[in-house]
Design a binder for this molecule. Sequence first.
Ligand SMILES: Nc1nc2c(ncn2[C@@H]2O[C@H](COP(=O)(O)OP(=O)(O)OP(=O)(O)O)[C@@H](O)[C@H]2O)c(=O)[nH]1
Ligand SMILES: [Mg+2]
Length: 294
Amino acid sequence: MSTGTKSGYVSILGRPNVGKSTFLNRVLEEKISITTSKPQTTRNRILGIYNDPDSQIVFLDTPGIHEPHKALNRYMVETALATVSDADVALVMADHLDTPDKLSVVVEPVARAAKPAVLALNKVDLMDQSGARARLEQLAAVHPFVHACAVSSTTGTGIDGLLSVVKSLLPEGPRYFPEDMITDCPVRFLCAELIREKVFTVTREEIPYATAVEIERFDEGADPVVISATIHVERPSQKAIVIGAKGSMLKEIGTQARKEIERLLGRRVFLELFVKVTKDWTKDPKRMRDLGYR
Ligand SMILES: Nc1nc2c(ncn2[C@@H]2O[C@H](COP(=O)(O)OP(=O)(O)OP(=O)(O)O)[C@@H](O)[C@H]2O)c(=O)[nH]1
Ligand SMILES: [Mg+2]
């Protein structure tokens, strides 16, 4: 029986840093997926649910596709590619720095799975009109995309149009999730991610890529909410950097993360952070599993 509702899964795929997570947050009008100016921010599949009166689009935000050299990077790329088989539509995202050869790597698994694909050239606010048109034309030639358009996830340009195209490609059927549900990510995970986001923005060089965040205590019964978390690093020298002189770096991470978590929970939060060396965890699948990358 036809319900008149369009519903389906849309995998957001692209190279690191093109704006996949920013796009998801813009569409949902909620910060579900962390975003930073550094590549390889997203490490997991982040499910975000868009609802309107006649459709439900279940977006899967994914880690950026890149050449993986470590176990963690292999995990990230495999996580992204695994979403293709679940998807009704692939939303292939590119930015002004993407070249056709780089985009080919992203569309290859989409072509193999024979999924309808839409190309979104993001960050159009950074391009002049003719530059954007030329780049879009060049990238659209890489694959028989059903549709190709330019958008800006920060200003909102082109987003509504893109959503209608995606919707039109979804099958008719009932919603997969309740209408008031926005993600399946547990709130503890979202808090750990917000702390990781601040590690990414406050620290430099290899530090963001050597860190994982584990929530040790999450007490919503307390007022303020008490959260204890451990930031895992790979080496003692990194631990010293994350702590900083007289604890200054850790304090900065904690202050910034606490504000974001308070916004997310709508409650006051007491956030306690620890730093621990978990030797070479990004190269060790077992340690990765213990830190939630499984
Ligand atoms: N000017 C501009 N910047 C954007 C736009 N979309 C995203 N950005 C910026 O691009 C950077 C990367 O954004 P993310 O959303 O984290 O990118 P991502 O594709 O999820 O990256 P990974 O998770 O590393 O794969 C951030 O600094 C964003 O603010 C846009 O439309 N315009
Ligand atoms: Mg991301």
